[in-house]
Design a protein around this ligand. Structure first.
Ligand SMILES: Nc1ncnc2c1ncn2[C@@H]1O[C@H](COP(=O)(O)OP(=O)(O)O)[C@@H](O)[C@H]1O
Ligand SMILES: [Mg+2]
Length: 223
């Protein structure tokens, strides 16, 4: 069964003077174990699509299903905390929390604290190969590549199985970008995560299992 499915989903930004229909009647399904590239020019609707799938926005019509259950019928806070996670081009770590504390934060929201939470967070930072001596540093004291590793580890906490990556290598040099993509691909192919990557980068597109071309809020093709 698909882990995520969009059925006839539409979404508009209701600006007073210029309403924008950002996603138009979109249907598609996404499976675990696969990496999807979401490709389209700026303004085509990639970020809006990821926000909808993350439960940060809700469709104005149509439905999103997670493991067969309509997200509209789920507790949206719970869905956001335990089902999907987004990583961003500019990392969006909490600046006043250390790397380790950033990864523990979603667990604390779910009342998982103490030694067990810390050990889980350390395991996740090992999974993304963050150097041990970087665990107790604040984001401002980490390189971009290290910050993105922490963001991925944080996304994996609470056992979320869908990773939505919005241009995750946009602020990284080629080498660090390649490393991040390799981590995301391994998560799908070795650990059975479902990974979506919005990107322009041809190098990344070539490495994914399926490519969705988005144009003007619609899926213009996939291969
Ligand atoms: N907060 C917002 N308010 C109004 N319009 C928005 C907002 N965010 C995005 N849009 C518009 O929605 C469309 C899709 O944007 P977006 O999903 O950000 O595209 P992409 O990520 O592919 O660049 C664009 O026309 C954009 O201008
Ligand atoms: Mg975008």
């Amino acid at each position: 069964m698909a882990i995520l499915e969009l059925k006839n989903v539409s979404y508009s930004y209701n600006n007073l003077h210029h309403p924008v229909e950002a996603i138009k009647d979109m249907s598609h399904s996404f499976e675990r174990g696969k990496v999807y590239a979401i490709v389209g020019k700026s303004g085509s609707g990639k970020s809006t699509l990821l926000s909808l799938l993350a439960g940060l926005d809700t469709p104005h019509s149509g439905k999103i299903f997670f493991e067969g259950i309509a997200t509209a019928d789920m507790d949206l806070d719970e869905y956001r905390r335990t089902c999907t996670a987004v990583i961003y081009q500019n990392f969006r770590l909490f600046p006043l929390l250390t790397a380790l504390e950033n990864v523990m934060y979603p667990m604390e929201l779910c009342n998982l604290k103490g030694r067990k939470a810390e050990n889980t967070a350390i395991g996740l930072l090992e999974k993304v190969a963050l150097p041990v001596n970087a665990r107790d540093r604040f984001p401002g004291m980490l390189s971009g590549g290290e910050q993105q590793r922490v963001a991925i580890a944080r996304a994996l906490s609470m056992n979320r199985r869908v990773i939505l990556a919005d241009e995750p290598t946009g602020n990284l040099d080629t080498e660090n970008g390649d490393n991040i993509i390799e981590i995301l691909i391994n998560l799908a192919h070795e650990d059975n995560y479902c990974v979506l990557i919005a990107t322009h980068d041809l190098n990344i597109i070539q490495k994914t299992d399926e490519v969705l071309y988005i144009s003007d809020g619609k899926i213009a093709g996939h291969e």
